[in-house]
Design a protein around this ligand. Structure first.
Ligand code: NAP
Length: 251
C-alpha cells in the first residue's frame, strides 16, 4: 500500500535538488504534491511533468517563501487545487560560505529570511489548514547545524535556529496531532552544492574520507527518509533531529 495515499503535500524549493527528489518520492507514494519554486519555472515544470507522466498528481506554484503574501497565496492555490494540506516540507534554503570578515548584513538577512522566516511563515499557514485532523511538518535543516564548518557561521546559525523551532513547536503542538521533525542532511550532490563549487573539490574528497559510509549523499537518500517521517510509519516521532549524512555527525 502507498504510504502517502490521498495526502496533500507542499514541498518548498522543489524545482531541483533535494526538494525535487522529495516531491517525486511523495508522489510515487500517492501524495498530491505542490512543487514550489522561487524563480526556476522550467525546473518546477519538469518535476511536475515527470510526476504526472507516471500517473501521479502535482502542480507547480511560484512563491518566495520569505514573502508572507506569496506564502499565503501558495497555500490558497494548494487548497483550491487539492484541498487542505496534510504535509509541509520546508526545504527551500540557501547556503553561502564566507569568512566572517566578509559576511555582509544582506547575506545574513537573506539566510535568515529564507531558511528561518520562510519556514515560520509556511508553518503558520499550514497549521491554519491542518484543522483538527492535524498534520506533519518536515524541516530540511543541515548537519551543518550541529557540526558547523569554518566559513559557515551564518548558514549553520540559520539551520540551528530552524532546529530550535522544531523542538519548541513539537511541544507547542502537544495534543493537536501535529508532528514536526528536522532532517539534517550531510553533503548532498545537487545543483546548489555543485554551483557552490563543493562537488568535485578537495574539500569534498576530505569530507568523504572521514564519512563512515564513504560517499557524498544523493537527493534520493534524503527523499526516502522524508517519506518515512511524513508517513504513519513515524506516527510516534516528533521533535526529532535526524542526521542523514553517512554517519558524519559530530566530526
Ligand atoms: P538547491 O539545489 O540550491 O535548490 C534550492 C531550491 O530552493 C530551489 O528549488 C530554489 O528555487 C528554492 N528556493 C531558494 N530560495 C527560495 C525562496 N526564497 N522561495 C522559494 N524557494 C526558494 O538546494 P539543495 O542543495 O537541494 O538544498 C535544499 C535544502 O537542503 C536547503 O534547505 C539546504 O540548506 C539543505 N541542505 C542541502 C545540503 C546539500 O549538500 N545540498 C546539505 C544539507 C542541507 P529556484 O530554483 O526557483 O530558485
Amino acid at each position: 500500500m502507498s504510504k502517502l495515499n490521498n495526502k496533500v503535500a507542499i514541498v518548498t524549493g522543489a524545482s531541483k535538488g533535494i526538494g525535487a527528489a522529495i516531491a517525486t518520492y511523495f508522489a510515487a507514494e500517492g501524495a498530491k504534491v505542490v512543487v514550489n519554486y522561487a524563480t526556476s519555472k522550467d525546473g518546477a515544470d519538469r518535476v511536475v511533468k515527470a510526476i504526472t507522466a507516471t500517473g501521479g498528481s502535482a502542480i507547480a506554484v511560484q512563491a518566495d517563501v520569505a514573502n508572507e503574501a506569496d506564502v499565503n497565496r501558495l497555500f490558497a492555490e494548494t487548497n483550491a487545487a487539492f484541498g487542505p494540506v496534510h504535509i509541509l516540507v520546508n526545504n527551500a534554503g540557501i547556503y553561502q560560505y564566507a569568512p566572517v570578515e566578509e559576511v555582509s548584513i544582506a547575506a545574513f538577512h537573506q539566510h535568515f529570511n529564507i531558511n528561518v522566516l520562510g519556514s515560520l511563515l509556511a508553518i503558520q499557514a499550514a497549521v491554519k489548514q491542518f484543522g483538527t485532523a492535524g498534520g506533519t511538518i518536515l524541516n530540511i535543516s543541515s548537519e551543518a547545524a550541529r557540526t558547523p564548518l569554518p566559513t559557515g557561521s551564518v548558514y549553520s546559525a540559520s539551520k540551528a535556529a530552524l532546529d530550535a523551532m522544531t523542538t519548541a513547536l513539537s511541544k507547542e503542538f502537544s495534543g493537536r496531532n501535529i508532528r514536526i521533525n528536522s532532517i539534517l542532511p550531510g553533503v548532498v550532490e545537487t545543483e546548489g552544492s555543485r554551483s557552490a563549487g563543493f562537488i568535485g573539490s578537495e574539500a569534498e574528497t576530505r569530507l568523504v574520507a572521514t564519512t563512515p559510509l564513504g560517499r557524498t549523499g544523493q537527493p534520493e537518500d534524503i527523499a526516502k527518509v522524508a517519506v518515512f517521517l511524513a508517513s504513519d510509519d513515524a506516527a510516534w516521532i516528533t521533535g526529532e533531529k535526524l542526521s542523514v549524512s553517512g554517519g558524519i555527525y559530530g566530526l
